[in-house]
Design a protein around this ligand. Structure first.
Ligand SMILES: [Zn+2]
Length: 117
């Protein structure tokens, strides 16, 4: 398996994800966690009728943040595995992950059988 190419793809996706995260969150260096940030434009609005919208917007950001963060974690782990030469092995059963699964998701941590586990 050519992991050099895979690592390039993963690193590119990591950069992309961190850019997206940067739009909706900030990285707290004390906790090492991304934290959703309120939309500053909305926060500066004086009209209190928008309070509910603001809250919804923040909720949306928080849920988007979780999705992006989970994806970023998978990618970082996959990169670490490439560096440790343990890439492409299912985390549950240790078998080689199907190549079409890795093609669809290079950061997949498990084989098809264990993808929801
Ligand atoms: Zn498995």
């Amino acid at each position: 398996m050519n992991t050099t190419k895979t690592k390039e793809i993963l690193l590119a996706e990591q950069t992309l994800l961190e850019g997206e995260l940067g739009n909706i969150a900030r990285f707290n260096t004390e906790t090492n966690q991304w934290e959703a940030t309120p939309d500053t434009d909305l926060m500066n609005m004086s009209d209190d009728n928008d309070a509910a919208d603001r809250f919804e917007d923040f909720e949306e950001r928080t849920s988007m943040l979780k999705t992006l963060q989970a994806r970023l974690t998978d990618i970082k782990e996959a990169i670490a595995k490439i560096d440790a030469s343990s890439y492409g092995k299912c985390e549950v059963c240790g078998k080689t992950i199907e190549s079409d699964r890795l093609e669809a998701n290079p950061a997949a941590p498990t084989c098809k059988e264990h993808m929801n586990g």
